[in-house]
Design a protein around this ligand. Sequence first.
Ligand code: IPM
Ligand code: MG
Length: 356
Amino acid sequence: MRYHIAVIPGDGIGPEVIDETIKVLTRISEKFSREFIFSKVSAGGAAIDKYGDPLPKGTLDACKASEAVLLGAVGGWKWDSLPGDKRPERALLGLRSGLELFCNLRPAKLYEALKDACPLRSEAADAGMDIMVVRELTGGMYFGDRGRKQTEMGEAAWDTEMYSYEEVRRIAVRAFDIAKTRQKRLVNVDKANVLESSRLWRAVVLDVAKSYPDIELSHMYVDNAAMQLIRDPKQFDVLLTTNMFGDILSDEASQITGSIGMLPSASLGKDGLGMYEPIHGSAPDIAGKDIANPIATILSAAMMLEYSFGLKEEAKAVEDAVIKALNDGYRTGDIYSDGMKKVGTREMGRIITENI
Ligand code: IPM
Ligand code: MG
């Protein structure tokens, strides 16, 4: 079996963490006799510098022609003063909408070996945490009507939160399906006490729930969910929410694990096509120093093996290799604590590769 992977190294630490991930995937291909064909393409700041466009058409076309997209990170100070539609972040939004990646999965897992990194009090940390945030990714305020106008109160600006029945239905179905493979508990997060879009959202989730009688569904307003995540993260299994709320809650959930350098993500579309990227940014301040943590990108590749290629055993081999490296005491600077063995980006990549 051959798998075509479009690789976008991007900016900052992106190229370094991608290099290590490709080594891991190459090891998987040897061990399990799979053929991965990598095509490197540019997006983000790198593409602005080269082509004057954060998402050149050739990049989007190459991604569409692949089975999966693996992305490092985009952005950096260098491009910070560019207008909104020319910034590196446009590449991400353009890839999400251009590839119709409406389902964003952001697992936030507290690994036993890294329990001490959790900023919560020890009872909450000891209980463990394994949450899957399912965030809608191509609708809502991010893509709704927006504009500016003059008013009596001075210049005004607006962004519109709008969701259609079908947009909510398809993401809800994904969330219920994922809950089925986990602890079968789904919390829907909205703001139905105030927002009309949330009231429709909730009604659709309730409709979809009729086909999943074995899933325990509950609803939470987003402000309460933000609080509950800090109070008792263990209560959550799968959390379903909108693009805007998911942006905020997934950052909160990731910080609770104490190691943002560890967390992967998947953005999925209609058929198997998906884009996989670490949830951390491009960290230009540490780029090129061989100190970035490659684990989030390596775990993103594991999600790619599972969700786009259906290679569960291979995905597990990658995750097990990461866990073994942690249990053996290897740590990059961001997750280092006393008594552990500090390693750089390349060394961490080498150790994980050898563990496979
Ligand atoms: C994320 C990021 C993006 C978002 C930005 C960079 C456009 O914060 O992936 O969560 O807001 O979706
Ligand atoms: Mg975000």
